[in-house]
Ligand binder design. Structure first.
Ligand code: TMP
Ligand code: ASP
Length: 238
């Protein structure tokens, strides 16, 4: 497999073509962004930590029956993935109220949500990732009704798998965002799963161990991500 040219560079990852049209290289950078790209910093080791964290989680999800784009890890900060046609919709499940839900609905952070709730956001930084519903997705043709249903089912299935995985490591999975794409007519989980795109709290102290440390200027961002990985039994290489 030969890495060729950079196709796209996002806020934290770059995507490269390969000699196989169906495969791409995802390169995880140290760039860390929040507030739709308004706050950006380089955090040493973050790219390597997120790449290895994502590989670990994607393998767990695949083993539990979730179809994903992940093929294999290539190096400390790069992975090989299937090429997807991305659906520009972010699927969010929330087990505990935090972040934008608290701002929008005026509820206190930490409120348990029973059952967990599901939201969709349009992936568009210029618009600040506005919340959308299934009818928007259909009317604008971002996905077919069957695909929306599948994304929702898969996002909740990921919750069942990961809530328990993190709880076994003494952590609460507060909320998370997933992105999906299509390859050969099939919906696959794409993008990444890392502490950049979810909220994780220590189950006892409720200390934040995710990107809220960066958003809120709490410090120790990458150290917290490493701690999350270590609690799941991971060791990182740099
Ligand atoms: P929110 O509280 O800001 O709406 O975010 C909910 C969860 O989804 C949180 O874990 C962060 C994640 N998320 C992203 O990673 N990127 C995004 O663009 C959005 C909207 C949410
Ligand atoms: N919207 C996400 C966040 O605030 C990602 C980003 O804007 O970079 O964390």
């Amino acid at each position: 497999m030969e890495k060729r040219k950079e196709l796209y560079s996002g806020k934290a990852k770059s995507v490269f073509t390969t000699d196989d049209d169906n495969l791409m290289v995802l390169s995880f950078r140290d760039d860390t962004s929040a507030f739709d790209g308004k706050k950006v910093e380089q955090l040493a080791r973050k790219g390597a930590v997120n790449n290895q964290f994502n590989a670990f989680i994607m393998e767990k999800l695949a083993a539990a029956g979730i179809p994903t784009h992940f093929v294999r890890r290539l190096s400390s900060n790069e992975s090989l993935v299937k090429r997807l046609s991305m659906i520009p919709v972010e699927c969010v499940v929330r087990n505990i109220a935090a972040g934008s839900l608290c701002r929008r609905l005026g509820v206190e952070e930490g409120l348990a949500l029973n059952p967990p709730t599901f939201e969709m956001f349009l992936k568009n930084d210029a618009l600040g990732d506005p919340m959308i519903n299934e009818y928007h997705v259909r009317s604008f043709g971002w996905a077919e009704p069957g695909q929306i249903e599948q994304m929702k089912v898969l996002t909740f299935k990921v919750n069942d798998i990961l809530k328990q995985l993190f709880l076994d490591g003494g952590m609460l999975l507060v909320d998370y965002k997933l992105e999906f794409g299509v390859a050969d007519g099939e919906i696959l989980l794409g993008d990444e799963f890392s502490p950049d795109g979810c909220r994780l709290w220590d189950a006892e102290t409720r200390e934040k161990m995710d990107k809220d440390r960066f958003r809120q200027g709490l410090g120790g961002v990458v150290e917290a991500y490493e701690q999350v990985g270590q609690r799941l039994g991971m060791t990182f290489e740099y």
